[in-house]
Design a protein around this ligand. Structure first.
Ligand SMILES: *[C@@H]1O[C@H](CO)[C@@H](O)[C@H](O)[C@H]1NC(C)=O
Ligand SMILES: *[C@@H]1O[C@H](CO)[C@@H](O)[C@H](O)[C@H]1NC(C)=O
Ligand SMILES: *[C@@H]1O[C@H](CO)[C@@H](O)[C@H](O)[C@H]1NC(C)=O
Ligand SMILES: *[C@@H]1O[C@H](CO)[C@@H](O)[C@H](O)[C@H]1NC(C)=O
Ligand SMILES: *[C@@H]1O[C@H](CO)[C@@H](O)[C@H](O)[C@H]1NC(C)=O
Ligand SMILES: *[C@@H]1O[C@H](CO)[C@@H](O)[C@H](O)[C@H]1NC(C)=O
Ligand SMILES: *[C@@H]1O[C@H](CO)[C@@H](O)[C@H](O)[C@H]1NC(C)=O
Ligand SMILES: [Fe+2]
Length: 491
């Protein structure tokens, strides 16, 4: 029996409590691999082994795999990452997770997933994408925001959130991609000082911020697991995973310390939770952990970029205040060199569609990435990327296809230039943004004040449809189809 074998390997211990696993998050590794991440409450990094039991038959989970565990000082839970490999593509599997502590393994309920469709299979392929989704409910976005928050920044009474829409609609999609800004745990200070969350008497504000930060993360990953345990949840990094750069100062009456309430407490900065929680295919694709990665699935090569550390020549993203001493965001230009290799090696016969996802937009009415255009545009145009998906601005703006700042006259009818979509309207505590009055010339459709997410449908080699979907009622608020002959030569 696997459990006793594992127990023997670790020797004796006093730590014997069986711990229930929760917060499951699946990710595509390849068409024959799934990365399983999950958590257990408390610090269980020592003397225990995470296990996934899995199989084709729900009643006979005849295989198992083990993984590794990690945590950080302020975390409420431990993260476990278990690779499942040598699976069959496009196939349903069932699984249970547990944390093995000397032969005692309390198994989770049985969940199911489907492995990815192999690259080169050009059957219709549908996936969801979204940006800027925070925790829903009493710690984040709800119908009960304080007075100071504008009307379109909260849900109407009974309005369905994007989180719930994704949970309800998950079976429609091959995967769900969140293009940065998870949970908005860094709203903790703002939520406490605005009275949205009760101030704990006699506790220093910074301590309550730090604890609330982790509570928000826990609630968020509890919520996302309701889809992410069954459908791959792919992640890209956003600015809220590092450290905010501006904020309101607040004096803690208890300590007289002046605190920037939009800040992230020390020890929780520098992408700490983002690195810990997710298990993206960075290694598998020659990328860098959860920071940049790619997958080849069905008719699509999807490339996730990072706009939060090195954009080009080691220049960090706007206002980044990450720890320069930490080197695990890559060397200067490492990402750009990887990107060019990825683009150069695409086989359009296998994956005719190439899409790039990156958090901050460098086109549109409200740009948020000085330096990105200079860094990425030339490469993206040179290699004929079809779609660029950006988020960060809390509304929806569909743009024209663009190259070097100029609109492609073909618009969506076989453009040479990549088509840009900016969508960061999934919703969080601070709600949605208002656009400035002067709309960019490349803007084709602007929707403000509606919570929503994006649905991409690749019909075949030549047609891709994008829809912006209202989270509240599944209605399609904007839809358009891109036609590409895909007959360019790119060298
Ligand atoms: C978790 O516990 C182990 C062993 O008890 C300890 O070595 C480790 O530092 C702890 N980790 C954290 C992040 O507190
Ligand atoms: C998250 O889920 C776990 C397991 O169901 C539960 O014990 C915990 O209270 C939840 N946490 C939050 C913040 O909702
Ligand atoms: C904070 O400052 C006020 C006013 O200067 C002073 O009365 C109070 O004792 C200080 N409290 C602490 C904890 O230092
Ligand atoms: C993260 O970044 C900030 C700002 O650069 C730095 O002060 C802090 O020490 C860093 N490390 C951690 C673990 O938070
Ligand atoms: C982009 O446009 C600028 C002028 O706006 C021009 O100087 C530059 O050469 C163009 N770059 C490319 C790669 O076409
Ligand atoms: C591709 O899909 C589009 C949209 O469904 C359809 O109009 C077109 O005829 C299809 N092309 C081929 C070659 O099947
Ligand atoms: C669904 O929501 C959209 C966006 O708010 C609204 O325009 C539309 O009328 C709603 N449709 C139905 C059937 O309620
Ligand atoms: Fe953002």
């Amino acid at each position: 029996m696997i459990t006793s074998a594992l127990g023997a390997a670790f020797g004796l211990s006093t730590f014997t409590a069986a711990t229930l696993t929760y917060q499951h998050r699946l990710a595509i590794s390849s068409d024959t691999g799934i990365n399983v991440a999950f958590n257990t409450l408390g610090n269980t990094t020592a003397e225990a082994t995470p296990v996934v039991y899995y199989g084709r038959s729900r009643d006979d989970l005849d295989m198992y795999a083990i993984g590794t565990s990690s945590s950080y000082a302020t975390a409420r839970s431990t993260t476990h990452k278990v690779p499942l490999r040598d699976l069959e593509s496009d196939t349903q599997y069932h699984y249970q997770t547990c944390l093995d502590v000397y032969g005692s393994c309390l198994r989770s309920p049985t969940y199911s997933f489907k492995t990815a469709v192999s690259a080169g299979d050009h059957a219709e392929y549908k996936f969801a994408a979204l940006g800027d989704m925070g925790v829903m409910g009493s710690l984040g976005l709800s119908s009960k925001a304080p007075e100071s928050v504008e009307d379109f920044s909260k849900l109407d009474e009974g309005e369905r959130s994007t989180m719930k829409a994704l949970i309800d609609n998950q079976r429609k999609y091959q995967f769900i991609l969140q293009n940065g800004d998870f949970a908005y745990a860094d709203d903790a200070g703002k939520e406490i000082t605005s009275g949205f969350i009760d101030r704990i008497p006699d506790e220093p504000l910074l301590q309550q911020m730090s604890e609330t930060y982790e509570l928000i993360l826990e609630a968020f990953f509890n919520q996302t697991s309701e889809f992410a345990r069954s459908v791959p949840y792919m992640a890209g990094v956003g600015n809220h995973e590092q450290l905010l750069t501006r904020g309101n100062m607040y004096t803690d009456e208890l300590t007289n310390h002046t605190i920037m309430v939009d800040d992230i407490p020390t020890g929780q900065r520098n992408f700490t939770f983002y690195k810990d929680k997710f298990y993206m295919p960075g290694d598998e694709s020659g990328g860098l952990g959860n920071f940049w990665w790619s997958v080849d699935v069905g008719p699509l090569k999807l490339i996730q970029l990072n706009t939060e550390s090195d954009i080009k020549d080691g220049v960090p993203s706007p206002g980044a205040r990450r720890d320069p001493a930490l080197e695990d965001y890559g060397e200067p230009n490492e990402q750009l060199e990887w990107l060019e290799n990825e683009l150069r090696s695409v086989n359009r016969g296998i994956t005719p569609w190439v899409m790039i996802s990156a958090h901050r937009p460098w086109y549109g009415t409200w740009r948020g990435c000085p330096g990105c255009l200079e860094a990425f545009d030339e490469l993206i145009v040179k290699y004929g990327v079809d779609v660029v998906y950006n988020s960060h601005i809390h509304l929806y703006e569909r743009l024209a296809p663009l190259a070097n700042g100029t609109v492609d006259d073909n618009e969506l009818n076989n453009p040479r230039a990549p088509w840009y979509i900016v969508s960061g309207a999934a919703g969080h505590y601070d709600g949605l943004d208002d656009m400035p009055d002067n709309i960019a010339v490349e803007s084709r459709r602007l929707i403000q004040g509606e919570f929503g997410y994006d649905e991409f449908t690749i019909h075949n080699r030549t047609h891709l449809t994008h829809a912006f979907v209202a989270s509240k009622n599944d209605s399609v608020l904007d839809i358009s189809t891109l036609y590409k002959t895909h007959e360019y030569k790119h060298d």
